[in-house]
Write a protein that binds this ligand. Structure first.
Ligand code: CA
Length: 228
């Protein structure tokens, strides 16, 4: 379980990271909003939970929340902040935070809230992934688009799941090869392009908006039609 700690206070950041590591979590620290967005993007679906301070230099915590929520729909994000008014809490939760903890906090309570958030996200995440009119049933490994069942071969499934877990993000051929095939797979191979082609044929039918975009020179992106 990898936790992204977004905190500009050196002392609190190091206390959180050490505490999390001693409980068996992976911890990555970001000290500004921009660092947080970059770190989350680099972690892709390896990101399991975010602890988010609101008072940050540069991009404010709420703006970071908006960006992370768009890109990581189901990742639990717990706000950890000194802002303790009801208005602050309502705003944070309404903008997509999973939970809200005010400083000073008890580390044991924070750990319990982390466990609770992860339990909920695992239950939700284990059942279904959805982007636009496309749904993946993780348990039965069946995909549905606009109500039509789509049968996928195992690699096609892995590729589509990778896209679905990283919607709106450009995934390079190398990232896809490393994730869906294996590290060190011949980078000159066109297997990614071939499989994206298979997926496109299976996902598209007349009247439906194509979801898989080619980003010239960069890779591929799963784009919900509303995000264009
Ligand atoms: Ca702060």
């Amino acid at each position: 379980m990898n936790v992204l700690v977004v905190e500009d206070d050196e002392r609190i950041a190091s206390f959180l990271a050490k505490g999390l590591r001693s409980e068996g979590y992976g911890a990555t620290v970001a000290r500004t909003g921009d660092e947080a967005v970059a770190a989350a993007a680099a972690m892709h679906d390896g990101l399991d939970l975010v602890l988010l301070d609101l008072g940050l230099p540069g991009k404010d915590g709420l703006e970071v929340l908006d960006v992370l929520r768009r890109r990581h729909r189901t990742t639990p994000i717990i706000i950890v902040t000194a802002r303790d008014t009801v208005h602050d809490k309502v705003t944070g939760l309404d903008r997509g935070a999973t939970d809200y903890v005010t400083k000073p906090f008890s580390f044991d309570e924070l750990l319990a809230r982390i466990r609770a958030a992860l339990r909920t996200s695992e239950q939700a995440g284990s059942a279904e992934l959805a982007v636009a009119d496309l749904r993946l049933d993780i348990l039965t490994k069946v995909a549905w688009r606009a109500g039509r069942r789509i049968d996928l071969a195992p690699r096609e499934w892995a590729l589509l799941e990778f896209f679905m877990r990283n919607p709106d993000q450009i995934l390079s051929r190398t990232q896809i090869l490393d994730h869906v095939w294996e590290y060190g797979f011949d980078p000159g191979s066109n297997i990614v392009d071939v499989y994206v082609g298979y997926l496109r044929r299976k996902l598209n039918s007349p009247g439906l908006v194509p979801l898989l975009q080619t980003v010239r020179g960069a890779g591929y992106r799963l784009m919900p039609p509303g995000a264009r």
